[in-house]
Ligand binder design. Structure first.
Ligand SMILES: Cc1cc2nc3c(=O)[nH]c(=O)nc-3n(C[C@H](O)[C@H](O)[C@H](O)COP(=O)(O)O)c2cc1C
Ligand code: SF4
Ligand code: SF4
Length: 299
């Protein structure tokens, strides 16, 4: 049996997660797994022959990235094909639940067999940086959630996603990418006192929104920005100003592999940080711990 994971990633957190899902499915010998990353070069994948499709994306302001919604909309799914949604974001609040509504509307039209939806947790690439120890704790959560996903897949356990019109309205209200991307793009600028002209930003932009003006030898931002943060996050000199979001900029990639395998990090961050923001994590993590115990405890 074959599985295809279709994903979009801005700063590679979704890619990291997708690789974990792929490796786990292979390890379980459940599926042969192919992955498909959506970017400027993307042709459409042929969905025939895949028993399971996993759709994976980062949440941007309670929505899926527009590029992801549009791409999935352009696909023709096979009736009865099994679909799992594996979304991920920086925090787990329930307002993120509706980020998949647009996708679900589309895939239901193709009469697919929609299974479950799983919300994984990864570090914020905007607003502020997460502590390595907290990321380690999120990885423990993700590992349990992945175990749950595999268990439910093997045992045909499906819990239907309930439509909530209030959440749908919230998602609609926060469609900031539609305007925010193109408009904010005009305010992006480079600090040439820092820039070393490595052109990493140009090469990496997933939508070709950045070019080099050969006359002035300056970096030019156009108006197709996806707000993915890849350019500013990975600029080696932190030279990109991201306009209205500048105060929320995070610069410098996380070394996720190192954090996951660092035995000196014990992942007990939440027990010591119970302030307002981190409180958001307690209930959702507890819920997954309980479900995990229900499926895997020996009693
Ligand atoms: C424009 C933008 C909006 C975001 N909005 C949210 C949000 O509403 N909730 C959240 O938990 N994380 C939010 N995030 C954080 C990302 O979902 C998170 O860092 C994710 O892991 C990034 O994945 P990627 O590296 O694959 O792009 C946002 C990130 C960006 C760039
Ligand atoms: S990635 Fe940063 S340093 Fe490199 S060209 Fe772009 S702005 Fe300049
Ligand atoms: S300009 Fe930067 S933030 Fe916008 S799509 Fe390109 S890489 Fe992403």
């Amino acid at each position: 049996m074959k599985c295809l994971i279709i994903y979009f990633t801005g700063t590679y957190n979704t890619k990291y997660l997708v690789e974990k899902i792929r490796d786990r499915l292979k390890q379980e010998k459940l599926f042969e797994v192919d992955t498909f990353s959506i970017d400027r070069k993307s042709l459409k994948p042929n969905l025939k022959g895949y028993e399971l499709i996993i759709l994976s994306y980062p949440i941007y302001a309670f929505n899926a990235p527009i590029i992801f919604d549009k791409f999935v909309k352009s696909l023709k799914f096979i009736p009865n094909q099994k679909i799992i949604i594996a979304k991920q974001s920086g925090e787990p609040i329930f307002l993120n639940n509706s980020s998949s509504y647009t996708l679900i509307r589309k895939i239901k039209k193709d009469k697919v067999n929609l299974l479950n939806e799983y919300h994984f947790l990864m570090p914020y690439n905007i607003h502020f940086r997460y502590d390595d120890n907290f990321i380690k704790e999120l990885f423990t959560y993700n590992k349990k959630l992945l175990d749950i996903m595999i268990y439910e897949l093997k045992n045909n356990i499906v819990h239907k996603v309930k439509y909530n019109p209030i959440l749908a309205f919230n998602t609609f209200l926060f469609k900031i990418q539609r305007l925010g991307g193109p408009v904010n793009s005009c305010f992006y600028k480079v600090d040439y006192s820092k820039c070393i002209m490595c052109q990493k930003c140009i090469k990496q932009c997933p939508i070709n929104n950045i070019t080099l003006d050969t006359k002035t030898n300056k970096i030019k931002f156009h108006n197709k920005c996806l707000m993915c943060m890849r350019c500013s996050f990975f600029c080696p000199k932190d030279a990109i100003n991201i306009g209205m979001l500048q105060n929320w900029k995070v610069n410098g990639g996380y070394n996720l592999n190192r954090i996951e395998n660092d035995a000196t990090l014990n992942g007990d961050y939440l027990s010591k940080h119970q302030s307002k923001f981190f409180k958001l994590f307690i209930k959702p993590i507890d819920k997954i711990n309980k479900l995990y115990d229900k499926y895997f405890s020996k009693d």
